[in-house]
Structure formats: C-alpha cells, structure tokens
Design a protein around this ligand. Structure first.
Ligand SMILES: Cc1cc2nc3c(=O)[nH]c(=O)nc-3n(C[C@H](O)[C@H](O)[C@H](O)COP(=O)(O)O)c2cc1C
Length: 170
C-alpha cells in the first residue's frame, strides 16, 4: 500500500501537474493522489504521512475545490500525522497575496496535533506580502508556474528529499 496520501486542489491543472511530479519523485508506488474535488476526510485515515497542495485564487483565497473541501479537512483526524504542504501562486500579478492559499491552509491545520515539515527559504522569489511566510520561511514548497516554471523541477526535487528525511523515509 502507498505510504503517503497527497490531497490537491487545482483549477487549471498547474497544481495537479505538480502533484504528479511530486508523486514521481517519491516513487509512484509510495504516493496515492486524491483530487479534493472528490476526496473525503476518511481517505486520510490509513496514512501516516499526508501532503496537501493548492493554488491561490481570487485575491489571496483558497482554490475553489479546496475551499469546498475545508469541511472534510476539519473532520480529518490529523493527530500524530506527519504533514507537508505546497502551494502555487503568481508573484508578478499578485505580489501582495502571493501563495496566500498555502498560508491559509497552514493556519487551518497547525493546531490539529500534526507535525508539519518541509518549510523552505523565500530567496529568489519576488513579492511584497504572503500569508505563506512565517519566521522568514515559506510554510511549505512554493512554486510559480506563471513566472518561474523553469525552476520548479529542481525546487520539487530538493523539497521531496527534505520531506523524505523529515518523514524518516530515507
Ligand atoms: C483570477 C485569478 C486570481 C489569482 N489570484 C492569485 C493570488 O491572489 N495570489 C497568487 O499568488 N496567485 C493567484 N493566481 C495565480 C494562480 O494561483 C496560479 O496561476 C496557479 O498556478 C494556478 O494553479 P491551478 O491551475 O492548479 O489552480 C490567480 C490566478 C487567477 C487567474
């Protein structure tokens, strides 16, 4: 059975594409993908490791499917689970709400008894404000497919190695 459940919400396919890449980096056999459009709280139960990914829409809001998934997320028992997060945004067009969805997600689950890993540096991103930043770090992997897609593969590879170590999968 897969070790990791990866839940993602994606409107135009960018986050979904990243979810596929993350799955490949961990090894296809290790990650089960769940599009939050169809996912339920109970889907997370068998897994010790969880990854959540979403894009930011509106003006710094949750991606739509993820927004409707929040009631399921709130019902998930995350106690003792090891969790990592990723978020997509567009730093050029939305420099004041860059990847806010990731920050909103972090706020939503941080007090649910899980351990959250995979924070990353904000170097080489150019934005004014982001709810995804805490103590000068992003609270997960941040990708910008609109302006920095050429950097995404390397960012994903590094992050997956970091998360593997944090999850104790190396
Ligand atoms: C109408 C609209 C609003 C957006 N709002 C934001 C935003 O507030 N902050 C941000 O970082 N990106 C914003 N984005 C950029 C998307 O998050 C980005 O294009 C992302 O890659 C889309 O991923 P998806 O196809 O998985 O939904 C917005 C894009 C659109 C079209």
């Amino acid at each position: 059975m897969e070790k990791i459940a990866l839940f993602y919400g994606s409107s135009t396919g960018n986050t979904e594409g990243v979810a596929f890449q993350i799955q490949r980096e961990f090894g296809l056999e290790n990650v089960k993908l769940f599009n939050v459009e169809r996912a339920k709280a109970a889907d997370a139960e068998p897994f010790e490791y969880l990854i959540f990914g979403l894009s930011t829409w509106g003006f710094g809001d949750f991606q739509d499917d993820f927004y409707y998934f929040l009631s399921e997320l709130d019902q998930m028992n995350l106690k003792g689970k090891k969790v990592a997060l990723f978020g997509l945004g567009d730093q050029d067009s939305y420099p004041e709400t860059f990847a806010n969805g990731l920050g909103l997600l972090y706020e939503r689950i941080r007090d649910k008894g899980c351990s959250i890993y995979g924070f990353t540096a904000t170097d080489f991103y150019h934005f004014i404000e982001s709810k995804a930043v805490e103590n000068d770090h992003f609270v997960g992997l941040v990708l910008d497919q609109d302006n920095q897609s050429g950097q995404s593969s390397v960012r994903i590879k590094h992050w997956v190695e970091q998360v593997k170590t944090a999850f104790g999968m190396n």
